[in-house]
Design a binder for this molecule. Structure first.
Ligand SMILES: [Fe+2]
Length: 383
C-alpha cells in the first residue's frame, strides 16, 4: 500500500511581507482570506510593491463577503463564481481551517456542484497550484488531504462532511508566526486543543498509525502541553510561543495525514453541522469523555504509552494523566457541554444516527471499537 508521509514543501517566514516578496504574489494569484487579515497584513504588503515590479494586484476574495463562520455548501457555491477559473494559476489560502478548506476547492476543476464533490458524485481534477498559509495553530489543513464543509444531507438536515483526496493536498505550506499574535485567546485556545486532538487521535489510531505518525504526534503533543503549562503560569503564549504552536499544529497535521482523525471528530461533526459550533470548540466538548472511554475499554493498549507521555510532560502520576490533561485544558479555556450550544435530548438519537450514516471513516479509526449504544452514551455524558 502506498503511503504519503509528508507532502507539501513547508516554508517558514517571520512576517507576511517576506513571504509575499519571495513568492512574488501578483495578478495571476487568487488570495482567499478574511477581512481582518486582508486589511491588517495582506493589502498593506502588496500595496508597498512586494513581488516583481508591476506584479502586484492579486485578486483577493474575502470570506465574510459570502458568509460567516464555518464553511458551508451555500458559502462555497457563492464564492466560486466570484473568481473566473481562467484568471488565476495559484490559489493562496491565508486563514484558519475554513479558508484553507475552501482554498482546496478553488484549486480543483469545477466538475460539479459543491454537493456533487462532497458526496463524490463528481470526479476530482486538480488544476491549480495551492499554497496554504495557516493563521491559527489548530487545523493542520495546510498539510492534509481533507476539506471539510457543512453540507445538506439527503435526509434534509445539515452535517459536516470531510472530502478526502490526495488531489486536495497543498503544494506548499507556509508558516508565519506573526499571524498568531492578534488572535483572541478563546479561538486560539480552541484551535490549539484541536491540534492536540489531531495528534492524539492519530497517535491512538488502531490501524493506521505509522512511525511518521508517532514521531510527529508525540512531538506535537509535547510542544502543545509545554505551551499550555506556560499559559497556566501566566505567560502570553501568543507572543512567547507563536512559532512553537504553529509548528506543533503543522506536525499534528502531518501525523493525521498518515493516520487520520477518529471518533472525536466524528462525533463533533453533527454538533457543528446543526448548531454551527466552530470546529475546535465542538471537538473539545468530546475529547475528555472519549479518552476516558478508550482508557476504560483497553487501558493496556497504546493508550498506556499516551498516558506515560502525558504524565512525563505534566509531571504527574500516570494513573492521573488523563484527568490532569483535562484540568490543563480547562485552565486554558473552560470546556462546555453540548446543551450550552443549544443541543437537547432529541439530538442524542439524531446525532448518533448521523455519525453512523456519514462518519464511518472516523468511527472505524476509533482506538476502541464503538457501536451506536456507546456513541449515544458518550453524547449523553456531554449533553
Ligand atoms: Fe480538527
Amino acid at each position: 500500500m502506498r503511503e504519503i508521509l509528508i507532502k507539501p514543501d513547508i516554508y517558514k517566514y517571520k512576517t507576511f511581507p517576506e513571504f509575499a516578496e519571495e513568492f512574488g504574489i501578483g495578478e495571476r494569484d487568487l488570495v482567499l482570506t478574511t477581512r481582518l487579515l486582508k486589511e491588517k497584513y495582506i493589502a498593506p504588503a502588496l500595496e508597498k510593491g512586494a513581488g516583481a515590479p508591476g506584479d502586484i494586484g492579486a485578486q483577493i476574495l474575502v470570506q465574510e463577503d459570502f458568509g460567516e463562520g464555518e464553511p458551508t455548501e451555500e458559502m462555497i457555491e457563492k464564492m466560486l463564481p466570484a473568481a473566473d477559473c481562467d484568471s488565476y494559476d495559484r490559489v493562496i489560502a491565508i486563514g484558519g481551517g475554513t479558508i484553507m478548506d475552501i482554498g482546496k476547492i478553488f484549486a480543483i476543476r469545477r466538475t460539479g456542484s459543491v454537493s456533487d464533490l462532497f458526496f463524490r458524485r463528481a470526479e476530482l481534477f486538480r488544476d491549480k497550484e495551492l499554497i496554504c498559509v495557516p493563521t491559527t495553530c489548530g487545523t493542520g489543513s495546510e498539510v492534509t488531504m481533507t476539506s471539510v464543509a457543512i453540507v445538506k444531507e439527503p435526509s434534509g438536515g445539515t452535517t459536516k462532511l470531510g472530502l478526502l483526496d490526495e488531489k486536495l493536498i497543498a503544494d506548499t505550506a507556509v508558516l508565519i508566526p506573526q499571524f498568531l499574535e492578534e488572535i483572541p485567546i478563546r479561538p486560539m485556545a480552541e484551535s490549539l486543543i484541536d491540534a492536540l486532538i489531531h495528534a492524539t487521535e492519530s497517535y491512538l489510531s488502531p490501524g493506521r498509525a505509522t512511525i511518521t505518525t508517532d514521531t510527529f504526534a508525540e512531538k506535537a503533543i509535547r510542544m502543545i502541553l509545554s505551551a499550555m503549562c506556560d499559559y497556566r503560569n501566566g505567560v502570553d503564549i501568543r507572543r512567547a510561543h507563536a512559532d512553537e504552536m504553529l509548528t506543533a499544529a503543522c506536525y499534528a497535521g502531518i501525523a493525521f495525514l498518515s493516520a487520520g482523525c477518529g471518533l472525536v471528530h466524528g462525533m463533533s461533526y453533527p454538533l457543528s453541522g446543526k448548531y454551527f459550533v466552530t470546529h475546535g470548540a465542538a471537538n473539545y466538548v468530546f475529547f475528555d469523555a472519549i479518552l476516558r472511554h478508550y482508557d476504560a475499554c483497553d487501558p493496556a493498549g497504546k493508550i498506556s504509552s499516551f498516558r506515560a507521555m502525558i504524565a512525563d510532560a505534566l509531571g504527574c502520576d500516570e494513573q492521573n494523566a488523563i484527568a490532569a490533561l483535562a484540568e490543563l485544558e480547562d485552565a486554558l479555556v473552560p470546556v462546555k457541554k453540548m446543551s450550552e450550544y443549544g443541543a437537547c435530548s432529541e439530538d442524542l438519537d439524531l446525532f448518533t444516527d448521523s455519525v453512523f450514516a456519514n462518519q464511518m471513516r472516523l468511527v472505524d479509526n476509533a482506538y476502541a471499537a464503538v457501536g451506536p449504544v456507546e456513541v449515544r452514551e458518550l453524547y449523553r455524558q456531554v449533553l
